[in-house]
Design a protein around this ligand. Structure first.
Ligand code: AMP
Length: 214
């Protein structure tokens, strides 16, 4: 990575379809069809600007260590894994959803020590600690919604968009822990070394977000 090169890490999949148009409005376009290719590194129409494709959970790691200068990462991952080594200067307002607690429709009113199943253990720990509620955390990587009906947990902490997944599994959303969307993150050292270049991209992305909102 040289001082005239800018590496931008993007999340593969559904979120990419919302991310690319914003970069396109900001004047950054991959030179080939990024969604059809199996490549992970793409040149763009802007000299020295490259796009990297990866799993969302790896974006903050690449940016933290400076292998990417800029990244687009879900706020859920930032809250869960911390923001050491990077700034979070811009909310792209895409992939919006909520981090929520959810319980079975017929949950008892109060449980002494709530068993909470989640992938987001740090977020859950902080949320319940702030309320002074004792919990037992059960870390799961998927199929969270099954945990209450199978007796594994009293509640879950998960991402809710339309609420259909909860409903289909006999759960109701209770408390909103955080509003989630994709954020632009910038490596702290890159921000110093490539300041003008990065501020230019940020300003253009900010305009792109504003014009979508208008
Ligand atoms: P829904 O049934 O529409 O409430 O969607 C809930 C599920 O979709 C969750 O369990 C998430 O895994 C996933 N999901 C929805 N929106 C997002 C998002 N913006 N980022 C990551 N996962 C999401």
């Amino acid at each position: 990575m040289t001082a005239t090169e800018l590496v931008i890490a993007l999340t593969k999949g559904r979120i990419l379809r919302e991310t690319l148009p914003l970069f396109e409005s900001a004047g950054i376009r991959p030179l080939e069809d990024i969604e059809k290719s199996r490549k992970l590194l793409f040149d763009t129409n802007v000299d020295g600007v490259k796009l990297l494709l990866m799993r969302g959970s790896d974006v903050p790691t690449y940016v933290r260590f400076g292998s990417a200068d800029i990244g687009v990462a879900g706020k859920d991952l930032i809250l869960e894994n911390g923001s050491d080594g990077f700034y979070e200067p811009l909310d792209l307002k895409i992939a919006t959803c909520k981090m929520m607690t959810a319980e079975p429709v017929d949950a008892p009113v109060a449980v002494d020590r709530l068993r909470v199943a989640t992938k987001f253990t740090n977020i859950a720990k902080r949320f319940y600690a702030e309320r002074g509620q004792q919990i037992e955390l059960i870390k799961l990587n998927g199929a969270l919604e099954l945990a209450p009906s199978l007796g594994l947990a009293d509640a879950i902490v998960d991402i809710v968009d339309t609420g259909k997944t909860l409903k289909a599994n006999g759960l109701v959303a209770k408390d909103t822990i955080a509003d989630i969307s994709s954020r632009v993150i910038v490596n702290k050292a890159s921000m110093k070394i490539k300041n003008a270049m990065i501020l230019d991209v940020l300003a253009k992305l900010r305009d792109a977000v504003t014009s979508v909102e208008a």
